[in-house]
Write a protein that binds this ligand. Structure first.
Ligand SMILES: [Zn+2]
Length: 85
């Protein structure tokens, strides 16, 4: 049996537009990527109306990656939406 490694990535520590690299194989995982070629979403955990955590699996190396820190991303996106309209 293959042992599945799991990692936690805090988005508050990720610079840029929220793109994440797989801690194991370095595959680029973008929240904007809806194709799921690079990763598959396993589970999304909500805290009230806000996204608390997403568990994803890297399709390259099959690692599980837990993304946290979405409250920062949400506030950034809100500001972006306001300035674009
Ligand atoms: Zn990977």
């Amino acid at each position: 049996m293959q042992i599945v490694k799991s990692f936690t990535v805090d988005l508050t520590e990720v610079r840029g537009r929220g793109d994440v690299k797989c801690p194991r194989c370095g595959a680029r995982i973008s929240p904007d990527d809806k194709t799921e070629d690079t990763y598959a979403i396993l589970e999304a955990i909500m805290e009230g109306e806000n996204l608390e955590k997403i568990a994803i699996q890297c399709n390259k190396c099959k690692s599980q990656i837990h993304l946290t820190g979405f409250h920062i991303l949400n506030s950034v996106q809100d500001g972006h939406t306001l300035s674009s309209y």
